[in-house]
Design a protein around this ligand. Structure first.
Ligand SMILES: Nc1ncnc2c1ncn2[C@@H]1O[C@H](COP(=O)(O)OP(=O)(O)OP(=O)(O)O)[C@@H](O)[C@H]1O
Ligand SMILES: [Mg+2]
Length: 515
């Protein structure tokens, strides 16, 4: 029989070996949270399992920011079924509700009959960051020495978790800074290029007077209008005229994001919220904090996101995907759509309550056809800008060229005009713009403006439709005569009109030959 002293010396040696092994297993602290955590945690559990000859070992790390806790179970005799892991957790939950930092209790063996002795240790002294537990069927488990080893393991793990958390908080803060900086830079690029609102027509002046009124308020604004009419430009102008001007303007195109990702894009997600959500990510609403968010194509939002948006508008708060805690939102919402939202609402694809909540202050952008008077100003503005970019000198446009541009239907509105001018500047030679070539081949008429009116039935035509029909008719006659107006084989004769009448109708309808 060994003397007590020799026994103690052996025990101390064994303890030292155990502690050395533990220290090795816990070396990389940052890995306790994040992608590598499963391997680090299970490595620790395996070491304890082996050196103390346990039946099973368990660890749990509570996430500080409303995410789900992470937990791991390792077993000596084979795999851990999910049901068993749950039983371990439940047994532990009962234990862990005790206040003591260490608990040793007999519990029924989760993997079979009989009783195991379970030793559980709270991770962290003041604040609990998780739980660590060891189970053994051995009677007398844990011995005083084993308890010490387990306590050391728990302490080491707690330190590692706390350290990892600090660096995780730091990297989260850094990540947020990076995202904010990136968003602001993108924004600055876009905003610096397109910020001037050009035009002096009555419809545009009306819009600008609305902008001046609504900008300083906190109202939600819904900007409607055809594609390319300047809805985003107006939203930016509203932001710039608000007390939020010095904060971010975050633009989200709801139609460009897959529906399954849109909630996470807008509201962010917690780590593990869905497959592939490896890190917590902040959403566009958090990026826009203190500033303005612009929801473009808001009609494309799926139903659950419409509900979440309604909540932001009404209660000024939202939840991250997979998160349990509401996040406050100090963000002004501006929205735009080129769809008929009222029709979408009536058809049931857009929430009625959200429609009325968004539509507090509607601003309807006029199409370019409704403000042809602005075309010369816009043309000059774009010519100057693209000529400067290309380092070219472009001659002043001839009045015929300007008229040609004014007579086109512009289904793509200002954006289309902008693109046409850009193309014309790029292909220009000797300072002259070739507009005929820059315009779409389908020519210059109103065909794009609306679908052809029904020819059947006795539908009443609007003045505009009537003008279109007349214009179309004159064009056909002119084409048939090779654009000859007067004379025996002229279009006037074909139409039964005096040549002077045809000429003045052509002028009124902006009908002229191109190419
Ligand atoms: N009045 C204007 N003065 C100067 N540029 C304008 C004007 N209106 C629109 N633009 C320019 O036309 C382009 C299209 O504008 P914007 O993106 O705001 O349109 P939109 O209505 O949001 O289009 P979409 O529906 O396709 O998203 C932009 O490059 C914008 O700068
Ligand atoms: Mg837009």
């Amino acid at each position: 029989m060994e003397t007590p002293a020799a026994g103690t010396a052996d025990e101390v040696k064994r303890l030292q070996r155990c502690v050395d092994e533990l220290a090795g297993a816990l070396a990389p602290p940052a890995a306790w949270i994040g992608r590598e955590s499963p391997s680090v945690a299970t490595a620790l559990l395996d070491v304890v399992l082996r050196i103390l000859d346990l039946d099973f070992a368990y660890a749990r790390v509570d996430d500080p920011i409303d995410g789900a806790p992470m937990e791991w179970v390792r077993r000596r005799d084979g795999p851990v079924g999910p049901a068993r892991a749950r039983e371990v957790r439940e047994a532990l939950q009962r234990l862990a509700s005790d206040d003591a930092s260490t608990m040793i209790r007999p519990v029924s063996d989760p993997w079979g009959g009989g009783v195991v002795s379970l030793a559980a240790f709270r991770l962290g002294s003041q604040r609990s960051v998780g739980l660590f537990a060891a189970g053994s069927r051995r009677t007398g488990f844990p011995t005083e020495a084993e308890r010490l080893v387990l306590q050391v393991a728990a302490n080491q793990a707690a330190l590692a978790v706390l350290e990892a958390r600090q660096s995780d908080d730091r990297s989260r803060a850094e990540e947020r800074m990076r995202e904010v900086a990136l968003a602001l830079r993108e924004e600055a690029d876009r905003a610096s290029r397109f910020e001037k609102i050009v035009g002096a027509s009555a419809p545009l002046r009306t819009v600008l007077s609305y902008v001046a009124k609504v900008a300083p308020t906190e109202s939600t604004v819904l900007v409607t209008g055809e594609t390319g009419t300047g809805k985003e430009l107006i939203a930016r102008a509203i932001h710039k005229g608000s007390r939020r001007a010095s904060r971010g303007f975050v633009s989200v195109n709801c139609a460009a994001i897959p529906q399954s990702l849109i909630a996470s894009e807008l509201f962010g997600h917690e780590r593990g919220a869905f497959t592939g959500a490896l890190q917590r990510r902040i959403g566009r609403f958090e990026l826009a904090e203190g500033g303005t968010i612009f929801l473009d194509e808001v009609g494309e939002l799926p139903p659950e996101t419409q509900l979440a948006l309604l909540r932001v508008l009404q209660e000024r708060e939202f939840e991250r995907v997979g998160g349990a805690r509401p996040v406050r939102a100090d963000v002004r919402v501006l929205a735009a759509t080129n769809r008929d939202l009222r029709a979408a609402m009536e058809a049931g694809s857009f929430r009625e309550d959200l429609y009325y909540r968004l539509n507090v202050f509607p601003v309807a952008m006029p199409s370019l056809r409704e403000r042809r008077g602005d075309i010369p100003l816009l043309v000059q503005y774009f010519v100057d800008r693209y000529a400067r970019d290309a380092g070219k000198r472009i001659q002043r446009l001839a009045p015929e060229s300007v008229e040609l541009l004014q007579s086109y239907a512009w289904p793509g509105n200002v954006r289309e005009l902008q693109n046409v001018i850009e193309r014309a500047v790029i292909t220009s030679r000797g300072g002259r713009l070739n507009l005929e070539r820059a315009l779409p081949a389908t020519g210059v008429d109103d065909e794009h403006a609306r679908p052809a009116p029904e020819r059947t039935g006795n539908a009443v035509l609007t003045a505009h439709e009537l003008a279109r029909l007349e214009r179309e008719n004159l064009r056909r006659a002119l084409e048939a005569t090779g654009w000859q107006i007067a004379g025996e084989s002229g279009a006037a004769r074909l139409l039964g009109l005096a040549p002077s009448t045809l000429a003045s109708r052509m002028k009124a309808l902006r009908l002229r030959r191109h190419r």
